[in-house]
Design a protein around this ligand. Sequence first.
Ligand code: HC0
Ligand code: SF4
Length: 573
Amino acid sequence: MVNLKINGREVEVPEGTTILEAAKKLNIKIPTLCHLDLHDIKFVNQSSSCRICVVEVEGKKNLQTACSTAVSEGMNIRTDSRRAVKARRTVLELLLSNHPKDCLVCAKNHDCELQKLSADLGIREVRYEGEMNDFPIDNSSLSIVRDPNKCILCKRCETMCNNVQTVHALSEIGRGFDTVIGTAFNLPMHESNCTFCGQCIAVCPTGALTEVNKISKVWKEINSDKVVVVQTAPAIRVALGEEFGMEPGTQVTGKMVSALKLLGFDKVYDTDFAADLTIMEEATELMHRLKHGGRLPILTSCCPGWVKFIEHNFQDMLDIPSTCKSPHEMFGTLAKTYLAEKMGHKPEDIIVVSVMPCVAKKYEAARPELGLGGTKAVDYVLTTRELAIMIKESGIDFANLQDEEFDNPLGESSGASVIFGATGGVIEAALRTAYEFMTGETLEDVEFHSLRGMDGIKEASVTINGEKINIAVCHGLGNARSILEKIQRGEANYHAIEIMACPGGCIGGGGQPYHHGDMSILKKRMQGIYNEDRGKAIRKSHENPMIKKIYEEYIGEPYGEKAHELLHTRYIP
Ligand code: HC0
Ligand code: SF4
């Protein structure tokens, strides 16, 4: 252990602790911009590039960066000396001198860490005026807008993309004033190897990386003659409340439905219904592969960031993901076929909007192989944050809304579908159904706790009909890469694997309310998801009465001919 003094107060911390962490123990906050420590997923951005956290250390001539300087025995530190505070303010003013000051219209207004720090340090003028960068804005992709003029070179996105996700889409280009964080050869994002997972957006402290905004397009549709139907992903309902001051994990399903109706959507449906449908198809596909010697392990295919990752990096393995479309695409397909017939509308008169925690879904919706003869199954994707803006701009008092129910026939769902939103949930839901399909027996205990939680790779074995089925779950693309390499080397003995691109699964998606590095928020959302499952009368997908009905009325057999035509897809090398 090491003993030291910070601002005159004594503290004892383990060897290797940084000044920043030691100060935290004394409830002394040293401001930072580049530093980010998401310890639950072993992600630390320690680039020391912003120099905001400088402190005075007795005996040292220069100020030291608290985020990267380890404590030593007898150290005497001042975080609040005039010299340290003045240096911090100067660094911040220099950053602001080359930053567009369009905060009022910036996508990050109120969520920007640079803006907040300027307010916290009481900056009232920027004393340095000089040249400003004028880089082109990259809005080439369907998911992400990159504005290098707002980048403060903190490298959080680079660490997230390269170290956590192992995609290596972003890195530093150029020198000095001309430095940008960009793609290889500074190509537009849509031409790069970016998976659109959106995790760079989730950690960007400023408005340099944001989602493509579709709010005005959706308003236009709502105010048109079209029938505009909306579906909501599982992970939205435990995070949307945060935008209205509620605790993370608060279940706002009923209020969310009310708000969507007030916004003017003609019908409000649930992606969870389609998640139940996915389970019917995926569980049947697994049984089919087991019975007919198909290639194993089967990999879940509902996460578009992950699908793009395997298409880029493991082209020899494109026969192992499940061929199931993702639930919101299944929903879109059924909305424009089954529902259109039921409602007596032409498919082209129906507009499908998905509210998702994810920015990759925006890109996924435009994939041609998921379309329906020239039209898209899903027309627009909004993130949780975009929905919150629509609710706020409409003056809806969200916190005091009465609960309302989803519309039917595509609004009824089981608890199994809700847990799709957290890492491990898809495979747990599939097991609840596969077990009963394969054994013909009732599964009494539906909760598979070994598949839950924030560990990067989780494993479990379940015995079904005397056969041991080996399961793995991973979240974060770096973990996906290690499991795929293990399969490639022939060292893996799994039957089924769930992969989600975002740490924590969809609850941690790049379109969710910003967590600003507080991982307890993800855990609370996760708890909210499991609470919602526990509160459901039906907790297995195949017991959802609407699912039974749609197979009887329209689809026929799970994994049958019509199911293939409507609900399955292929992968592009
Ligand atoms: Fe997910 Fe989904 S669970 S990807 O994580 O499968 O985005 O929430 O909507 O489609 O259902 C995201 C969340 C979804 C889809 C579902 C899946
Ligand atoms: Fe990297 Fe994901 Fe950001 Fe693309 S969206 S640059 S893959 S972190």
